[in-house]
Design a binder for this molecule. Structure first.
Ligand SMILES: Cc1cc2nc3c(=O)[nH]c(=O)nc-3n(C[C@H](O)[C@H](O)[C@H](O)COP(=O)(O)OP(=O)(O)OC[C@H]3O[C@@H](n4cnc5c(N)ncnc54)[C@H](O)[C@@H]3O)c2cc1C
Length: 360
């Protein structure tokens, strides 16, 4: 569940950057050591690459799980960490990290949420997922009023020329939302809808594609195959897109609202500016605790590098386990952290909220 907006600074023992599989398992290992975590991700959901890149593809190398999809793995991890009541802060990017005089870290996000934390776990994978943009110089300046990367109930398209760029299920669902179809919003009707895609083939389910074809045949939708190469503006307003077609012809398409729906791609982003030792966009770690060059900041999963590193989920799980012990030594300097088994430890059973079972 997404935590409610918080205007004050959140003081905590642990912040995890990234809700991918490794960030989620970090929450579990911290929980076993009685450390509650706040988790931040740019995406609106947990799962990182597993959900964003391959939600329905099977994974076969998770120990004791013969096969599960990316989405199922995420659901199982969320179920496993539920007893530890982590607070999730979605749709925000961690932008700055600064050590304070008392040794804690001030962590700030793109929407202004701030944390003061004793330990920080960077589980940022291959970077924060961000919408892919159209590579036309200057077009960005029309965001966010005329250039959008998503639509929602408050997007006003009434009487406007709407152009949607993309060819996947999401792009096509935006088209269906505004075209003359059952999903079309009652009074929020555009003057025209154009679907612009570089190919005449869509990556969406058959039924969706069939509906798009029907809308095109009945002239409720204008389907264009080509790429944006330029634009025209009038008084700082985007007015026309220049489109180079697959037939090598160039045409101008009227536009008031341009929705770019080309999927997401990961960008390393601000992590590189936090002053940590890096090599080829990955963070150096000490493999005893997966500490970075800054004590108290740990890096786990695809974002780190060390001799023999393998970018596999199971390796990230191991890294998260040792990082949790590294953090416990900072958070509870006087506590001796002896290994306890989840099978037999009453303390762990209490933390997990499970009944003590008799063990033979
Ligand atoms: C097609 C495909 C198939 C794969 N199959 C397998 C497989 O079978 N077995 C296997 O072991 N591995 C597989 N992998 C690799 C596996 O998915 C990765 O190793 C794993 O996802 C890494 O997990 P992670 O938590 O480190 O990072 P990610 O899954 O990349 O998650 C990182 C998260 O951090 C967020 N983030 C990054 N920066 C910030 C920031 N500044 N602020 C806020 N949030 C941020 C991102 O939005 C993202 O959600 C596969 C990968 C792909 C692409």
């Amino acid at each position: 569940m997404n935590a409610p907006p918080n205007t004050g600074i959140i003081e905590t023992d642990a912040v995890v950057v990234g809700a991918g599989p490794v960030g989620l398992f970090q929450v579990f290992q911290l929980g076993l050591l009685d450390i509650r975590a706040h988790v931040i991700d740019t995406l609106p959901f947990a799962g990182g690459q597993c959900v964003e890149l391959y939600p329905d593809k099977p994974i076969y190398d998770i120990p004791a799980v013969a096969v599960c999809t990316g989405r199922e793995l995420t659901q199982r991890l969320l179920q496993q960490i539920a007893p530890f009541r982590a607070a999730f802060h979605y749709q925000q990017e961690v932008t700055t990290v600064a050590r304070q005089d008392d040794g804690r870290f001030l962590v700030a996000t793109s929407v202004g949420t701030q944390f003061l934390t004793k330990t920080l776990f960077i589980a940022a994978g291959v970077g924060a997922f961000k919408p892919r943009s159209v590579q036309v110089a200057g077009l960005d300046k029309f965001a966010p009023h005329q250039l959008l990367y998503a639509v929602n109930d408050s997007t006003n398209v009434t009487g406007k020329h709407l152009v949607i760029v993309g060819g996947d299920e999401t792009a096509l669902s935006h088209v269906l939302r505004y075209c003359n179809s059952p999903e079309a919003e009652g009074s929020n009707r555009p003057a025209s809808v154009t679907l612009l895609h570089r190919r005449d083939v869509y990556q969406a389910c058959e039924a969706t594609v069939a509906r798009i074809r029907t809308l095109s045949e009945t002239h409720s939708l204008h389907c264009v195959t080509g790429q944006i190469t330029g634009y025209q503006e009038d008084h700082d307003q985007l007015t026309y897109l220049t489109v180079h077609g697959a037939d090598a012809q160039t045409q101008s398409i009227p536009v008031d609202i341009l929705v770019v729906s080309l999927g997401l791609s990961p960008k390393l982003g601000p992590v590189a500016q936090w002053g940590l030792d890096m090599e080829r966009r990955q963070l150096h770690v000490d493999t005893a605790t997966f500490t970075t060059s800054e004590p108290g900041i740990f890096a786990i999963g695809d974002i780190n590098t060390y001799p023999g590193k393998k970018k596999l989920i199971v390796c990230g799980f191991h890294e998260a386990t040792l990082a949790a012990y590294g953090a416990a030594a900072i958070i509870f300097p006087d506590r001796r952290e002896a290994i306890q088994y989840t099978t037999t430890s009453p303390r762990l059973h209490k933390l997990l909220g499970v009944q003590m079972q008799d063990v033979d």
